[in-house]
Design a protein around this ligand. Structure first.
Ligand SMILES: [Zn+2]
Length: 424
């Protein structure tokens, strides 16, 4: 039996994953699959935080069991198969009680309970675009669902159940009141546990396993191998957590992205677009850097201030460079919020070092205007633009992939480390 939950948190705190641990603690059933933390479209304007939903698959477990967490001193096990189905009435009652006890005032919580897996399109559309509540409700005829306010949360709750983990990662989340952590131990863990990622931002001296916002989460370690996450946790010198639990997630998979031509790009999508740099990068107020790309149509791309050092790469782009950009599409201004870029080919860039010399009097000619050529002020003789002396500029960047620093990395963005592009 699947339980999907969304939207119990708000800007002020709370966390839907914490609600999952509460349900597990209260539930007289076993986990048949890893708890899921499923991130959905990060560009939806009414979602201001991580936009994550959770799902649990429960029943009476059989076969081998593995320990994947601990809640208030009690181990949490994952079983290899389901011996018996859970009782719907009982599950419903527990889920309802836990949500009502835990959700934040500003949240719009909802849950879905389904014996069947839900169709994959719900997930696919919810991670890449915008889903309407009504279209999801049509798929829930055989399921039980409940919401407390507008009920937009049933979209995320259903999407978390509908997700098929093709590419997936894990996150070990810990919870607790006391939140002391030793930075050096985080760095050591990062260097030792090779299948983990986004632990520490070396460029910005930032511990990335700590939550950005006020949250019951103490820290979260992300990685490709769930067993190594347990080893990573043991390496940290930190306050003793009250709970820990490993979630299977779609984080760091790039599943929000879709390849698009510029003319087909719509706001709130996340896209991969190939183009040629047209407008050269320019700093705008707020510390953002904007340029445009062209593929027959043109669109702006922005490296926002929070992307820090990444902007230094972007500033070096020149007209004619061939690039592939990755990012979310903002509506106002209509621009691609860059997460990653691949520089395919650098254009040859020439810099004028000398104006043409007049053949008659030997003096340097003066420019008539940008792109209009030159004229000798003594003799009136004209020369073309190309007659000036140019030298080829040495480009300091190299073709290849560049990503935002860990501090600015979005949950769904696949780090270059996971893409096998950088190894550390
Ligand atoms: Zn002259």
């Amino acid at each position: 039996m699947w339980i999907g939950i969304d939207d119990t948190d708000s800007l002020k705190g709370g966390c839907t994953t914490y609600v999952a641990t509460e349900i597990i603690a209260e539930m007289p059933y076993d986990l048949i699959k890893f708890p899921r933390l499923v991130r959905l479209n990060p560009n939806i304007p009414w979602k201001t935080r991580g936009n994550g939903a959770i799902a649990l698959c429960i029943g009476i477990g059989g076969g081998k069991r593995k320990k994947i967490g601990e809640i208030d001193g009690k181990p949490v096990y994952l079983y290899s198969y389901k011996k018996e189905e859970a009782d719907l009435k009982e599950v419903k009652k527990i889920v309802m009680e836990v949500i009502e006890k835990n959700y934040m005032e500003e949240a719009d919580p909802a849950f879905v309970i389904s014996k069947k897996k839900l169709p994959y399109w719900i997930y696919k559309k919810a991670v890449k675009g915008i889903v309407e509540k009504e279209e999801v409700e049509k798929e829930l005829k055989e399921a039980y669902y409940h919401y407390y306010k507008q009920g937009r949360g049933i979209i995320g709750a259903s999407a978390a159940i509908a997700w098929k983990p093709k590419d997936k990662t894990y996150e070990l989340l810990t919870y607790g009141e006391e939140k002391w952590i030793d930075k050096e131990s985080v760095i050591k863990m990062d260097k030792t546990c090779k299948s983990t990622f986004n632990n520490y931002d070396y460029e910005n001296d930032y511990i990335a396993i700590l939550p950005k916002a006020n949250s019951p989460v103490f820290y979260g370690i992300r990685g490709d191998d769930w067993k190594e996450l347990i080893k990573a946790k043991k390496m940290l010198k930190a306050s003793k957590e009250e709970r820990w639990l490993i979630f299977e997630t779609n984080q760091a998979t790039d599943e929000h992205l879709q390849k698009k031509k510029i003319k087909d790009i719509k706001p709130y999508e996340s896209v991969i677009v190939k183009g040629i740099v047209k407008k050269e990068p320019k700093d705008i107020p707020g510390g953002h850097v904007v340029f445009s790309i062209y593929d027959g149509n043109e669109i702006d791309c922005t490296a926002y201030e929070p992307t820090k050092q990444f902007r230094n790469i972007i500033r070096q782009l020149r007209q004619g460079d061939e690039v592939v950009v990755y990012g979310g599409v903002r509506e106002k201004p209509f621009t691609i919020n860059l997460e990653k870029i691949e520089i395919k080919k650098l254009a040859d860039v020439y810099e004028k070092v000398e104006n043409p010399i007049c053949k008659k009097c030997g003096k340097h000619m003066k420019s008539i205007g940008k792109g209009k050529g030159y004229r000798c002020i003594n003799c009136g003789i004209k020369a073309k633009e190309a007659e000036a002396k140019y030298v080829k500029v040495e480009r300091k960047i190299k073709p290849g992939f560049y990503e935002v620093p860990v501090i600015a990395m979005r949950h769904l963005t696949k780090p270059l480390k996971r893409m096998g592009i950088i190894k550390n």
